[in-house]
Design a protein around this ligand. Structure first.
Ligand code: GLA
Length: 739
């Protein structure tokens, strides 16, 4: 045994030294390029893959070969940052990878083992960099995709264990990024139910700032696995070096921002290692989620536009298609409805120009009817008391009115008061011997279990097979994990639960999309609790927040649209006083705010009568005719942030060819009489002339020049003084190029 061991070591040393020699000879630069950015790695003379640069495109990447690293204080070695830092090679910063090998060794040392650079095909190129531990048969592949036009680079990692026995991974991040500057400013998100995507910016000082979630499900209600980092100063809209990042993962995540002793910013992003040790068996591999990056030297405005362009095309389903205007039944009816309530809503919806009617919670459960949130979840049969003629009657009714029909489901969940809970107690996420904690009176089903995956898939598939007239599903998830534990996973793999849950969810989503590629699905988790590009890949839109108050929405959607596209941002007009905040706001303000995203309504439309009804119908027509195409495929320019002092907010959407635009302006605080905002436009062609037309006027003009034609450079440099001053005044203008 001893001899074999020695021989193996000897052979390793031989191989190692020959490797080192060839590495020294083959020192090389690996560049990943998009239209205006470069990401550069180099293989150094020791055969290590080191991080060199990410930022504005560089013309001569070969210059990086000349770059020297400096000895780190107190060491006798040169120090450079690995592209995928492991523990075990002098890296004492946050590691991307840490492994306990089968023999108990805790050190991993990756060396470059090759690179495959694919051709650019349809605007995307993939580079795969292979790394290998110098001693153990552990392999790592960095998969980098460059989306050329969108200036987006994504990275995921495949870790393969060819060691004879299982290894235990205690960190397995998706990516590492190194930034060098004198100051770093981090924009990130926080919030709560009904207050998602609040924005905060802070200067990063030495030490580690962590953005993370340990809730397993509904992981973006509080934080979001997204950020913008600005170098040297706070992020500006239109200038300065800004990096955006967002992790495509709906489970636990961890993003660490470490300003180290050398004042470099190390960003490690990926799955949260919290209670998630991963046992990688011999011969198996693990693929990490995708980290999505963009960079702009023209501020955070361009960072958002890059994400939007990428998101519409690659990050969601049907992102470049016009989305229907929806009436959702929730705030108008809650759990209390019968057929007449719903057909009445559909009558009004059709008359007002709505295109899809969505029946929300409360339509299912018979033994345990879903008349409030304490029963019925899991029993996906139509409630015969409320809907004696079945779903098809409602679907046919919708169709007879020219409406599409949509339905709410929450298939990952179960109420203790349900037939499902009685039939399959083993499917519930639980901890042996402990009471199962409810949240909103419900338990979570264990999606790591393939039988549960089948069940969840079948909820969706049976509904659509039985009722082929359904054309929209709202998929909700209203709780997170508080006790982890699976009756399915073996004892030794209980820590796989977090990752396996999310993989199970994606497997269900994947099966659904294989059968229903274009079907419209809304991503919802108590509002914006599952807002990440991991889930969005399978969805057409997201329910941004349960908070439908227009003032709150200005802030929530400002934050949301820093990273995620307006076309997916479901934004509904609701009643006043608002049900979440009790705030009163005029119907015009409610419509104007809702029209900045995917417009919908969420109220009893019968209650909108008289001039309000005329106004609402006009606004819906305006949205269809002129606003919706711009929200869908236009570029978003933020003009005034609601977070700025002054009490205004303004933004516009400009068509890619700069011929059409829509401008929104809001007064969000009371202002002294006569104080009006001057809004400087952006994104127009300075040489073109634009005719300005106010819409949604409700009988009052808010601009001296309504109907006038003004040059782009005037609009962008001088701006428009708008007559909005009282709190909840607002104005919407269309701009059209006139030759
Ligand atoms: C969640 C959703 C709401 C609504 C309710 C129904 O809170 O976010 O939009 O669907 O569930 O129970």
């Amino acid at each position: 045994m001893q001899t074999i061991y020695k021989r193996t070591i000897g052979a390793f040393i031989l191989i190692l030294s020959s490797c080192l020699l060839s590495f020294a000879q083959n020192a090389k630069v690996i560049e990943i390029q998009t239209k205006s950015t470069s990401l550069v790695y180099a293989v150094d003379s020791n055969g290590r893959l080191v991080f060199q640069y990410y930022g504005k495109a560089v013309e001569s990447p070969a210059a990086f070969l000349l770059q020297k690293s400096y000895p780190k204080p107190d060491t006798n070695r040169d120090f450079s940052y690995e592209a995928y830092p492991t523990f075990g090679l002098g890296n004492v910063n946050e590691p991307a990878l840490s492994v306990v090998h089968a023999d108990g060794s805790m050190n991993t040392e990756l060396a470059f083992d090759g690179v495959e650079k694919g051709e650019t095909f349809q605007g995307v190129s993939e580079t795969i960099i292979r790394l290998k531990d110098r001693i153990y048969a552990l392999e790592v592949e960095l998969h980098l995709k460059a989306f050329v036009e969108e200036d987006v680079i994504t990275q995921h990692v495949v870790i393969r264990n060819n060691e004879p026995e299982a290894v235990r991974m205690t960190n397995f991040a998706s990516s590492f990024l190194l930034l060098k500057s004198s100051e770093y400013y981090l924009t990130h998100f926080y919030g709560a139910w009904a207050g998602e995507m609040s924005v905060v910016e802070e200067k990063l000082e030495n030490g580690i700032k962590v953005i993370e979630c340990k809730k397993g499900v509904r992981t973006t209600q509080t934080e979001n696995a997204s950020f913008i980092v600005s170098l040297n100063h706070q992020a500006q809209e239109n200038e300065g070096d800004c990096y955006g990042g967002t992790l495509a993962w709906s489970g636990n995540y961890r993003l660490t921002f470490q300003v180290d002793e050398l004042k470099k910013l190390n960003i490690v992003s990926g799955v949260n290692p919290f209670l998630s040790d991963w046992h990688l068996k011999s011969g198996e591999s693990l693929t990490t989620p995708e980290m999505i990056y963009t960079f702009s030297s023209q501020g955070k405005g361009q960072v958002s536009r890059n994400f939007h362009d990428w998101g519409r095309k690659y990050g969601m389903v049907g992102g470049t298609k016009l989305h229907d205007i929806v009436l959702n039944s929730w705030e108008g009816a809650y759990f209390t409805f019968n057929e007449a309530t719903l057909t009445g809503m559909m009558d009004d919806a059709a008359e007002m120009g709505i295109e899809t009617f969505v029946l929300d919670d409360g339509w299912f459960g018979n033994k345990y009817p879903r008349n409030n949130d304490d029963a019925g979840l899991g029993d996906w049969q139509t409630n015969t008391q409320k809907l004696p003629d079945g779903l098809d009657y409602l679907i046919d009714y919708a169709h007879s009115k020219g409406l599409k029909f949509g339905l709410w489901i929450e298939p990952e969940m179960v109420n203790p008061e349900s037939e499902l809970a009685a039939n399959h107690p083993e499917w519930v996420v639980q901890s042996p011997g402990r009471e199962k904690i409810t949240w909103r009176n419900q338990w979570l089903l264990d999606l790591s279990n393939p039988k549960v995956q089948d069940f969840v898939y079948n909820v969706f598939d049976s509904l659509l097979t039985t009722h082929p007239g359904i054309e929209y599903i709202k998929w909700d998830a209203n709780r997170h994990v508080e006790q982890a534990g699976s009756t399915w996973l073996p004892t030794s793999e209980q820590t796989h639960f977090w990752v396996d849950y999310t993989k199970g969810l994606y497997s269900v989503y994947g099966r659904i999309r294989a059968k229903y590629p274009d079907f419209v699905i809304q991503d919802c988790a108590s509002g914006g609790g599952r807002l990440d590009y991991g889930a969005l890949k399978y969805h057409n839109e997201f329910w941004t927040s349960d908070n439908t108050d227009p003032l709150s929405r200005i802030f929530i959607q400002y934050g949301t649209n820093l990273i995620y596209p307006p076309v997916g941002t479901a934004s509904h007009v609701s009643t006043s006083p608002n049900h979440q905040t009790q705030r009163m706001a005029p119907l015009k303000f409610r419509f104007d705010v809702a029209m900045t995203g995917r417009l919908g309504m969420e109220l009893q439309p019968r209650n909108i009568q008289g001039p309000d009804r005329t106004f609402a119908m006009e606004a819906i027509q305006n949205y269809k005719q002129a606003v919706r195409p711009l929200i869908t495929n236009g570029d978003l320019f933020r003009l005034i942030s609601p977070y700025d002092e002054g009490g205004w907010a303004a933004q516009m959407y400009v068509s890619k060819d700069e011929t059409d635009a829509v401008l929104f302006a809001f007064s969000i605080e009371p202002h002294t009489r006569g104080i009006f905002p001057t809004v400087k436009l952006n994104g127009l062609d300075p040489a073109k002339r634009y005719q300005i037309t106010e819409i949604n006027t409700n009988g009052r003009s808010r601009f001296w020049g309504d109907g006038q034609t003004l040059p782009g450079d005037y609009l962008m440099n001088v701006g428009l003084e708008l007559k909005i001053s009282n709190q909840y005044d607002s104005a919407v203008f269309l701009l059209k190029e006139i030759n």
